[in-house]
Design a protein around this ligand. Structure first.
Ligand SMILES: Nc1ncnc2c1ncn2[C@@H]1O[C@H](COP(=O)(O)OP(=O)(O)OP(=O)(O)O)[C@@H](O)[C@H]1O
Ligand SMILES: [Mg+2]
Length: 269
C-alpha cells in the first residue's frame, strides 16, 4: 500500500491558485480501495480519479455506495485499505450536510476559529471573517448566534467556515440536502459564483442527479457494492445554469437512467 499524502501542515498550504503542481492535479486517487474491519467486503474498489486544479467534480451514487467514505479518505479522516491519495495543496476544507457549527459561538467566531486553526494571526481574523461572510452574502450575521439563523443561513456560515480553512480543495458532502428547493437553488447560484471567484477545486457529493448536473463540470457516477467508477460525463453547459433548463433536464434524465441501472443491479437502494 502506498502512503496517503496529507502531510503538508495547513498553515503552510499555498493559496488556491499557487498550489498548482507541475503535473496539474488538485486530488489524485490511484487504485483506492476501502474495507471496514477484518475481512470485510470492500466498500470502494480500485478507484482511479484525478481532479484538476480549480475543477468542479460531482460524485453521484446511490445511498450507501461509498460517497462519504471516499470523501473522508480524501479529507484524511480515514486511510485507504489499498492505493494512494495525493492532495498536493494540503489538507482539504470540508463541509457536511449538517452545518456542524459550534452553537455557543457567534457566526463570526465560528469562522475565526477555523482561521485560528489555520494559523492566521489574531489581529487579521475579524476582518477576514467579515470578508468571508460578505462572500456568502451574510454581511450582517457576524454577531448572530447559530440558533438565530435559518437553515440556509447556517449552511452559508458553514460554507464561509469551510472557505476559511486552508487548502485549494473544498470537499462537500451533500451540503444542501436538508434545505428546501428554493433555498437550495439560491445556494447553487452562490456556490457557482464563489467557486469561480476562489478558484478552488470542489468535490461535491450528492445523490441528486439534477444538482450534480446543475453544478459540476464533470459528474462521476459510482456503482454500489463495491463502489467503483461506473461512468462519467463532462458537462459542457455554460454557467450559471438553471436546474430546470431543458439541457440540464435532458442530461439529468440520461444520467438518472444509468443511476437506476446501478441501483437495479444491486437490488436495493
Ligand atoms: N466506519 C465505518 N465502519 C463500518 N462500515 C462503514 C463505516 N463507514 C461506512 N461504512 C459502510 O460503508 C458503506 C458506504 O457508506 P457511505 O456512508 O460511504 O455511503 P454514502 O454513499 O455516503 O451513502 P449516503 O448517500 O446514504 O450518505 C455502507 O455500507 C456503510 O455501512
Ligand atoms: Mg454519505
Amino acid at each position: 500500500m502506498s502512503q496517503t499524502v496529507h502531510e503538508k501542515p495547513a498553515a503552510a498550504a499555498a493559496p488556491a491558485r499557487d498550489a498548482v503542481q507541475a503535473d496539474g492535479h488538485a486530488v489524485r486517487l490511484t487504485g483506492v480501495s476501502k474495507s471496514f474491519g477484518r475481512g470485510g467486503a470492500p466498500v470502494l474498489d480500485g478507484i482511479d480519479l484525478t481532479v484538476a486544479p480549480g475543477e468542479f467534480v460531482c460524485l453521484l451514487g446511490a445511498s450507501g455506495c461509498g460517497k462519504s467514505t471516499l470523501l473522508n479518505l480524501v479529507a484524511g479522516l480515514d486511510k485507504p485499505s489499498a492505493g494512494a491519495i495525493d492532495v498536493p495543496g494540503g489538507r482539504p476544507a470540508l463541509m457536511f450536510q449538517e452545518h456542524a457549527l459550534f452553537p455557543w459561538l457567534k457566526a463570526g467566531k465560528n469562522i475565526e476559529l477555523a482561521l485560528k486553526l489555520r494559523g492566521m494571526p489574531r489581529e487579521e481574523r475579524k476582518a477576514e471573517a467579515q470578508r468571508l461572510l460578505a462572500l456568502v452574502r451574510l454581511d450582517t450575521a457576524y454577531d448572530k448566534r447559530v440558533h438565530e439563523l435559518s437553515g440556509g443561513m447556517r449552511q452559508r456560515v458553514a460554507l464561509a467556515r469551510a472557505l476559511a480553512q486552508a487548502g485549494d480543495v473544498l470537499l462537500m458532502d451533500e451540503p444542501f440536502a436538508a434545505l428546501d428547493a428554493i433555498t437550495r437553488d439560491v445556494l447553487h447560484d452562490e456556490l457557482t459564483r464563489i467557486w469561480a471567484d476562489t478558484g478552488r477545486a470542489v468535490v461535491f457529493v450528492t445523490h441528486n442527479v439534477r444538482e450534480a448536473v446543475r453544478l459540476g463540470q464533470r459528474v462521476v457516477l459510482l456503482s454500489s457494492r463495491p463502489g467503483r467508477i461506473a461512468r462519467e460525463w463532462t458537462i459542457g453547459i455554460p454557467q450559471p445554469r438553471r436546474i430546470e433548463a431543458p439541457d440540464v433536464s435532458a442530461l439529468s434524465i440520461e444520467i438518472t437512467e444509468h443511476l437506476r441501472g446501478e441501483i437495479r443491479r444491486h437490488g436495493k437502494h
